[in-house]
Design a protein around this ligand. Structure first.
Ligand SMILES: [Zn+2]
Ligand SMILES: [Zn+2]
Length: 430
């Protein structure tokens, strides 16, 4: 059933055609090419989650990504997670890239602090339910609920066909209202629903409990209340919902949330005043050694002067361990040992628990074990459980459901109606 990879022929046709380049059988690395009237559009250009940090992953075989083929009209990036944008730094500057405006700012800020991130030169920004035209393609972004900020589902229309790409989506985060809005007012007449299935698993695999952000808040609050010393919180600075969750729990527990400069940069880049950032009561900023070096090297002193009023230093941290929640990264662990602030501490792992068994996470597990710090997992997934996906399919009522971003595409047919699986590289009509 798989056709050989390579470019979609640019011979004009009267039907929208689709090729999933990556993602039909795996979680992440999404890349979908859509063709109509000899023109093409690419949705997402992700780095596979299986790729090693320094591994070079070549571009998928899509004519024009590296330049030289004007029939490629653009690349639309659904959200700022590496498994959706991670190969975009190899794309020719001639290819227009579209992404959310806040997502674009977040990537620019992340690039200052992290080698894995890079800024994207955007040709235009995605706006919730505001359609734009790219040649024969009409693209309507739908802001959605996901663990990345400024994430979108995408409606693509051409040649009288309508494809809805769910992107990464959930119904249990702080923007669950957007999921409800999508169910209440869905795009109509959808031919293909290209839907993520992170939590669609092989029949024999255990079903993972799907908690919500408010469940995580309650669990964190309880841990914070029961801890005598510092609460160490491991979480992604780019998971803004989780930053809000930890901040709310800290305030309810009578503590202050101590964030680092990277977290501040991302929070400010959201452009949302409601997101905890300098100026918010009970939010303090600590400058770990590696970030101090980054500021010095980049002569980015505006970053430190902007947080002067809420800076916190080791002497205050040591004196008030029971009143603080400390943002943790693997790189700051040694500094905490040196400052001798770990007595009575508990640690919260607020990331995917799968990271605990890979190298980066194992370092933190070992750190906690060595210092006798209990490590508690309080986390909720960025992806919808099967029941929510079933609600999505029922609301959109597409003519076909095509799996993507799943390791168990073969299970879709047991769970959803009118499922058709397409392999990576296979060309099919919408
Ligand atoms: Zn993803
Ligand atoms: Zn994602």
């Amino acid at each position: 059933m798989s056709a050989p990879g390579g470019r979609v022929p640019s011979r004009p046709t009267n039907t929208m055609r689709v090729r999933i380049h990556r993602g039909s059988r795996e979680i992440g690395g999404n890349c979908v090419e859509i063709e109509a009237q000899g023109k093409r559009l690419v949705i997402d250009l992700g780095r596979p989650l299986s790729a090693q940090p320094d591994e070079h992953v070549p571009l998928p075989a899509i004519a024009g990504l590296a330049g030289g083929d004007p029939s490629l009209l653009g690349l639309v990036i659904s959200h700022p997670h590496l498994d959706h944008y991670g190969l975009a730094n190899q794309v020719s500057p001639k290819v227009p890239i579209f992404i959310g405006e806040a997502a674009n700012r977040i990537l620019r800020e992340a690039a200052f602090f992290s080698r894995a991130s890079f800024a994207i030169p955007a040709a235009g920004f995605l706006v919730h339910r505001k359609a734009f035209q790219l040649g024969p393609f009409r693209v309507t972004p739908y802001l959605n609920d996901h663990s990345a900020f400024d994430a979108y589902s995408l409606l693509v229309e051409a040649d009288g066909k309508r494809l809805f790409y769910s992107g990464d989506i959930r119904a249990s985060g702080r923007k669950a209202k957007l999921f409800r809005q999508l169910l209440a007012d869905p795009p109509v007449g959808i031919d293909v629903l290209l839907m993520e299935g992170t939590h669609v698993r092989a029949a024999e695999a255990p079903v993972r409990a799907g908690g919500t952000e408010s469940d995580v808040e309650s669990a964190c609050l309880q841990t914070m209340r029961e801890t005598d010393g510092l609460v160490l919180a491991y979480y992604s600075a780019q998971n803004i919902d989780r930053l809000v969750t930890l901040y709310r729990a800290a305030v309810r527990a009578g503590r202050e949330l101590v964030v680092d400069l990277y977290t501040v940069a991302i929070a400010v880049a959201t452009g949302s005043k409601g997101v905890p950032q300098p100026g918010h009561d009970k939010l303090r900023v600590f400058l770990p050694h590696n970030q101090r070096l980054q500021v010095l090297r980049g002569k980015a002193f505006a970053r430190t002067s902007a947080v002067k009023a809420c800076r916190i230093y080791w002497d205050e941290i040591a004196a008030r361990t029971g009143r603080l929640v400390m943002t943790m990264r693997g790189t700051t662990e040694r500094e905490l040992v040196k400052a001798n602030v770990l007595g009575g501490a508990n640690a919260i792992w607020s990331l995917w628990d799968g990271y605990l068994s890979v190298r980066s996470g194992q370092g933190s597990v070992e750190f906690c074990r060595r210092h006798g710090i209990p490590l508690l997992v309080h986390h909720a997934s960025g992806h919808a459980g099967v029941t929510d996906l079933q609600r999505l399919v029922a609301a959109i009522d597409p003519r076909r459901v095509v799996p993507i971003h799943s390791e168990a595409a073969g299970r879709f047919a047991d769970l959803f109606p009118r499922v058709v699986c397409h392999d990576d590289g296979e060309l099919w009509e919408a």
